[in-house]
Design a protein around this ligand. Structure first.
Ligand SMILES: [Zn+2]
Length: 298
């Protein structure tokens, strides 16, 4: 099971038509077409229909408002852009990825994640990292070019590993992160960012040793999910523990426990622990190992 179908943010229907991004005539022609659909983005959020958050609210180019344009792609003969608004839109209900992604259809989910990811990158990369010059958008919004030294900057994605560890007694390891609200019983898989010069497998092993004092072998890829909040790609793994004594670091993980499947179900039913939301790859890792749906979520 790769879980791809059920991962809310990994759905992707539109053709990104990357080759068209530098075709200025084509971009202008598509923008001039009143049937082209534009997704307005403001502060990491997008408009939704006020009475129904299962559809994104697109507008025509004419009504899009001022802001940088991003070519998202083509789907079903329709061209989709995002516009990164300079002003907060009026008379619009706004929602973010966490609010609406699970309820959206595949097309809208893919367009939303693409648009928010690019928008976050534009917002946090205003100046050239080489010379400090002002960057300007190019290539349909997928490049930023320095007006002073000419250097091109490409969108960045920060990979993070997230892993469900099991031991020889068919137990899985879950932890309570210090960033979780302290009065909650949230438990989830461990995770961490990949460091420079490190493979994904090594990052899995290092994070588990650092956060829980657990050694692992047999690191196996599960699936991945973009998490543009603001710029991550969550890469999911299973791993097998070669040690079982837990020593939490106290900085990122304040408590970690082994759960059998029966204990996990019992604790989740009684609310002794609360499992991650259905939008997350953590939830998919846990339920894939467990073998079915579990109760409760944050
Ligand atoms: Zn520069």
């Amino acid at each position: 099971m790769n879980g791809l179908e059920e991962l809310a943010l990994s759905r992707h229907v539109h053709d990104r038509v990357a080759g068209q991004r530098v075709d200025e005539a084509w971009l202008a022609e598509r923008w001039a077409d009143p049937d082209t659909r534009v997704l307005q983005v403001w502060d990491g959020r997008v408009p939704v229909a006020a009475d129904n958050a299962t559809f994104l609210r697109f507008v025509s180019p004419e009504r899009a408002g001022p802001g940088e344009r991003v070519l998202l792609g083509v789907e079903g003969g329709t061209t989709y852009f995002a516009v990164l608004l300079e002003n907060e839109p009026e008379e619009a209900e706004l929602a973010g990825i966490r609010d609406i992604a699970v309820g959206l259809g595949d097309r809208d989910a893919g367009l939303l994640v693409h648009a928010i990811g690019v928008a976050n990158w534009h917002r946090s990369h205003r100046y050239c990292s080489r010379c400090g010059g002002v960057l300007e958008s190019a290539a349909g919004g997928h490049v930023r070019r320095c007006g002073s030294c000419g250097r091109t900057h490409f969108p960045r994605t920060d990979p993070a590993v997230i892993m469900l560890v099991t031991d020889g007694d068919e137990r899985c390891l879950l932890g309570h992160n210090t960033r979780f609200p302290p009065d909650t019983r949230r438990f989830s898989t461990l995770a961490g960012f990949v460091e420079p010069g490190e493979s994904l497998e090594h990052a899995v092993a290092r994070e588990l040793m650092e956060e829980a004092g657990i050694s692992v072998m047999d690191v196996r890829y599960f699936s991945s999910q973009p998490w543009p909040l603001p710029a991550s790609l969550m890469v999911g793994f299973f791993a097998t523990a070669t040690t079982t004594e837990i020593t939490v670091d106290g900085e990122e993980i304040s408590e970690a426990r082994w759960f059998t499947r029966a204990e996990l179900l019992d604790c989740a039913q009684r609310g002794e622990i609360v499992l991650p939301g259905h939008i997350s790859i953590a939830r998919r890792l846990i339920e894939s190992w467990y073998g079915g749906p579990l109760p409760g979520s944050w």
